[in-house]
Design a protein around this ligand. Structure first.
Ligand code: CA2
Length: 144
């Protein structure tokens, strides 16, 4: 096993910090990557942060995390959280632990965000803390 933690981000998260700051905060994905690299250095973990608007990329990267011997995956699958059996199947197909991450708390929002396919395969979930959700999830990954 390596000390690499994959941080996978799903659709529209490339817009983070530019739209809807009242829901998702004003940090960009690059800001979050910087926060994770700083904390990762302290924890002895290397961060591989990625974003895609395409479901299949998330599936491919989950497989890659296993093949590369990643220590863990932090996964904010964004809207695919609530729709994607393919992402759930990929989580179940790998032995690499996956921690579900959300900026907001989907369960306090619209009904259609209450169900998470990702949660059915993830070892843990961190949500509702804004950018800090990612940092807390990294600390959980370090403790695995
Ligand atoms: O709270 C989260 O992290 C979410 O995963 C964000 C997703 C949403 O579909 C989930 O229910 C909860 C949406 C990500 C969209 O990102 C945007 C960022 C800035 C402006 C607009 C969308």
């Amino acid at each position: 096993m390596t000390n690499i933690v994959y941080v996978l981000n799903g659709p529209n998260l490339n817009l983070l910090g530019m739209r809807e700051p009242e829901v998702y905060g004003s940090d960009t994905l690059d800001d979050i990557a910087g926060m994770l690299e700083d904390r990762g250095r302290e924890l002895g973990l290397e961060i591989d942060m990625r974003q895609s608007n395409h479901e299949g990329h998330l599936v491919d990267w989950l497989h890659e995390a296993q093949a590369e011997g990643a220590k863990a995956v932090l996964l904010n699958a964004a809207a695919y959280t609530h729709t994607s059996v393919a992402v759930l199947d990929a989580i179940k197909a790998i032995t690499t632990p996956v921690i579900e991450v959300h900026l907001s708390d989907p369960e306090t929002r619209e009904e259609f965000r209450h169900h998470s396919y990702v949660a059915l395969g993830a070892v843990d979930v961190v949500k509702g803390l804004g950018a800090q959700s990612y940092v807390v999830a990294l600390e959980k990954a370090a403790a695995l």
